[in-house]
Ligand binder design. Structure first.
Ligand code: HEC
Length: 98
């Protein structure tokens, strides 16, 4: 039984990692969940650049929203990690940099 408890705790810890607090700003959300793939300055890495003159700068908000919520290619989906408001906030942050 103790083993099961430890397993459950480990599972909870893993599933909570990377979930920003509800009131997190767009900047905080980006730094916490996006920067490791898209770079601290949006210049890209594992994922494409998101800054000025990037493909996503040419796309409408709906494209960004769908990509973040449902994932795209090797990018994971964030609909279970971020609320709709948080997705809007991180898009605002990206737009402010483009
Ligand atoms: C595990 C790495 C990873 C993380 C974390 C990640 N992305 Fe991505 N992202 C990718 C990859 C890889 C692509 C390219 C997908 C494709 O087109 O095949 C991508 C594509 C995108 C695109 C579309 C870019 C384009 O030019 O088509 C946007 C916008 C985007 N990501 C935003 C975000 C945001 C915002 C976050 C944080 C909520 C995030 N990503 C987190 C890897 C990641």
């Amino acid at each position: 039984m103790a083993k099961l408890g430890a397993l459950l705790l480990a599972f909870l810890a893993v599933s909570c990692v990377g979930r920003p607090p509800p009131e997190a700003t767009g900047t905080e959300i980006y730094e916490q969940v996006c920067a490791r793939c898209h770079g601290d300055d949006l210049s890209g890495g594992l994922g494409p650049a998101l800054g000025p003159e990037s493909n996503s700068a040419e796309q409408d908000a709906e494209f960004l929203r769908l990509t973040i919520a449902h994932g795209r290619g090797r990018m994971p989906s964030f609909r279970n990690t971020l609320t709709a408001e948080q997705i809007d906030r991180v898009i605002e942050f990206i737009r402010s940099k483009q």
